[in-house]
Design a protein around this ligand. Structure first.
Ligand code: HEC
Ligand code: HEC
Ligand code: HEC
Ligand code: HEC
Length: 95
């Protein structure tokens, strides 16, 4: 329980950071954390597989938003890697 609360605190402090996902991840592990030879694939399948290879499937990531949309949409429908957009700002595009 305590571990869960600490995780939530860590995660929320992360979401306050201004940098976009591509920047934070490039700092951690380079462009090829997601791409091959720093080039985006034509269909983004490789990139989305990379998200899940580190974070797990959507149903296993904390938060109702992930569980609800498991198997329905992909990470990049809500998390725009190279833009400073909060995922909640995109809900209204579909709902
Ligand atoms: C966290 C994973 C991730 C990292 C790290 C990352 N990218 Fe991307 N990149 C994506 C995704 C996903 C897209 C699809 C568009 C989007 O979501 O912004 C993309 C799109 C692109 C595009 C297509 C143009 C665009 O902006 O849509 C280029 C070019 C690109 N990335 C280059 C790079 C380079 C160069 C680096 C390292 C400096 C990098 N990327 C780091 C995930 C990543
Ligand atoms: C190489 C492993 C790896 C890959 C690939 C990866 N992530 Fe991450 N991601 C991490 C780590 C480590 C953190 C920092 C700790 C945490 O919050 O889990 C992180 C943090 C995040 C965060 C918190 C905010 C931020 O920018 O730090 C989001 C959102 C996120 N990742 C989404 C994605 C998405 C979407 C993709 C695919 C486009 C992706 N990740 C690909 C390892 C990865
Ligand atoms: C329906 C939209 C949606 C989809 C799809 C989605 N997310 Fe999220 N995600 C969110 C929202 C909303 C948050 C809350 C944090 C925020 O507002 O920045 C979040 C938070 C996270 C966090 C915690 C970091 C933080 O900022 O607190 C990670 C890691 C993450 N998402 C990874 C992923 C990965 C990986 C995928 C695909 C397997 C994915 N998400 C798909 C909406 C989504
Ligand atoms: C790319 C399109 C898309 C985005 C962006 C998106 N959703 Fe969804 N959402 C769907 C689809 C498709 C379903 C499953 C079909 C349905 O029930 O409407 C769904 C289902 C849901 C459900 C359960 C069914 C319902 O309508 O009550 C909720 C709640 C929900 N989304 C909330 C959100 C929230 C909150 C966000 C932003 C963080 C978000 N969605 C972003 C497409 C999207």
């Amino acid at each position: 329980m305590l571990k869960k609360i600490i995780m939530v605190l860590i995660c929320s402090s992360f979401s306050v950071a201004a940098a976009n996902i591509a920047d934070t991840h490039t700092e951690m592990s380079g462009c090829d954390a997601c791409h091959v030879n720093s080039e985006p694939s034509s269909d983004m399948v490789h990139e989305l597989q990379q998200c899940q290879s580190c974070h797990g499937a959507m149903k296993d990531i904390a938060g109702d938003n992930h569980k609800i949309h498991d198997g329905v949409i992909g990470c990049n429908d809500c998390h725009i890697a190279h833009k400073d957009v909060k995922p909640d700002a995109l809900c209204s595009q579909c709902h």
